[in-house]
Design a protein around this ligand. Structure first.
Ligand code: TYD
Ligand code: MG
Length: 452
């Protein structure tokens, strides 16, 4: 009988140790090192389905490499294509992470049902019946998608060998286990081993593999950091679970930019692509309400209009409350201090609540001006005209600072029928004859003049 062999792994960075220690010397975190049983079987006979026919690679001059082969597979999902940079690259490994229940399985099942290629959807989490039920809600008419419920990689490769799918989807990497490692599924060594096997398979056969990954409670993909290094693309599916919108972003993309963003809406019949996000993020009200302002932000390369809501009220307790949803709370405090100092508003004794509607998180500094406007409006209980919108950063001295791609933002606001956009005086704008009025402001004081 083979001797039981154990190794110690850091659960946060995946570093390997021969014996236990309190602190991981690589990532400096405490109490993250756990023992895992590994027992490698003889790997010499191990092969992925087509390794028999694999070609031996030899060095090539860069101009001899045929780049035409990088043709991408269209996923027939505009948003997904956009985030990937145009489609799935053959032989690539894509990891999709996200909180439980956010819709990762739905998204990838939906994509596999849209693909006209032979697709194998391997699930270690749900039974074939459950997947069928889900598929019926999404798109029941498809005869190129195969469902397999299996968690052992060797068995999966056996099925792949006979089926020869053009795309493989794994739901999820944490449920897989390989015979060559004793440790339980989801442990660092298993994740590492299964991913290595899948990479080997993907690169040798040029079959793209899409993996679903769980995330830990602090938002990182569960398993070693090395997992993110191993794959070609890391996508994150996020959004507030109580809201209907879901945002897909690329955290890492070897074949495209990480600036692109896909937006979906969760419906009864699966995820719907949202091709014009601004229209739904702004609640179209007839009534003008105080404390609402529209910001023209940029998510990736796409301009996105979102609504900022502020509520300023007299503090009941000694220490005023400050709370922000979808916006950095420290930045909110900074903007309040600027308002206090530069515009003479006494906000020190007021509670301030800020909310970005639609459940999205914004880190574009161009939202600052809308935040300031919403706070001013709520404080004065004076509504901002509903055809006003804002796109500028606010500096510590109360100056309105320029933002990138301002012309693109102006055109988007114009397209959506806004009458006036407030931007920084220091932005270079060469647009002529726009239907939208471009109001240049240089200081917070100027803005106050226009709003109240
Ligand atoms: P799921 O894809 O199972 O999430 P994950 O794999 O990320 O854990 O998504 C489950 C949620 O999506 C669940 O709360 C129900 C909802 N849902 C819909 O609203 N409409 C649908 O058509 C489907 C399939 C799911
Ligand atoms: Mg799932």
């Amino acid at each position: 009988m083979a001797k039981v062999k154990t190794t110690f792994f850091c659960q946060s960075c995946g570093n390997q140790y021969a014996k236990w220690q309190g602190q991981c010397t690589a990532c400096k975190s405490w109490n993250t090192i756990v023992e895992e049983v590994i027992q490698k079987a003889d790997k010499s006979d191990w092969k992925t389905p087509t390794s028999a026919s694999k070609r031996v690679s030899k060095p090539l001059k860069i101009k001899e490499i045929d780049s035409a082969k990088e043709a991408r597979l269209n996923t027939f999902d505009q948003e997904f294509n956009r985030v990937l940079g145009g489609g799935i690259v053959p032989g690539s490994l894509t990891l999709l992470g996200g909180e439980p229940g956010i819709g990762k399985s739905t998204l990838l099942l939906q994509i596999s049902l849209k693909l006209p290629y032979k697709t194998l959807y391997v699930s270690g989490e749900e039974s074939q019946k459950q997947i069928k039920m889900r598929a019926e809600r999404v798109n029941p008419n498809n005869d190129t998608c195969y469902i397999l419920t299996e968690t052992k990689t060797q068995n999966i490769f056996k099925q792949i060998e006979s089926l020869e799918p053009e795309v493989v989807i794994i739901d999820s990497i944490q449920t897989l286990h390989s015979d060559y490692i004793e440790a339980s599924a989801g442990s660092i060594s298993q994740i590492k081993e299964c991913t290595t096997e899948l990479i080997k398979f993907a690169k040798e056969t040029s079959t793209p593999v899409l993996l679903i990954g769980h995330i830990t409670k602090d938002g990182h993909i569960a398993g070693p950091k090395i997992l993110e290094h191993m794959v070609d693309t890391v996508l994150q599916f996020e959004g507030d679970r109580n809201h209907v919108f879901r945002i897909l972003r690329a955290h890492k993309n070897r074949f495209g930019s990480t600036n692109e963003l896909g937006i979906y809406e969760m419906q009864g019949s699966g995820l719907r692509e949202v091709t014009n996000p601004s229209e739904i993020l702004i609640s179209k009200k007839d009534e003008e309400l105080s404390g609402n302002a529209i910001a023209v932000t940029l998510e990736g390369m796409r301009p996105l209009l979102i609504e900022v809501q502020a509520l300023v009220s007299t503090a009941v307790y000694g220490t005023p409350q400050r709370s922000a949803t979808g916006f950095n709370a420290k930045r909110l405090n900074m903007l309040l201090a600027v308002l206090e100092k530069r515009a003479g508003f006494r906000l020190g004794a007021k509670d301030v609540f800020l909310n970005i509607t639609g459940g999205i998180n914004v880190d574009d500094p161009a939202i600052d001006l809308a935040v300031v406007a919403a706070i001013l409006s709520s404080n004065e209980d004076e509504a901002i005209q509903k055809d006003y919108c804002f796109a500028a950063e606010v500096g510590l001295s109360g100056e309105i600072r320029p933002v990138q791609r301002v012309e693109q933002r102006i055109l988007e606001a114009e397209k959506l029928g806004f009458a006036t956009i407030f931007v920084s005086k220091y932005n270079k704008i060469s647009l002529k004859n726009t239907a939208i009025k471009i109001q240049l402001v240089s200081k917070i004081e100027d803005l106050v003049g226009y709003l109240v």
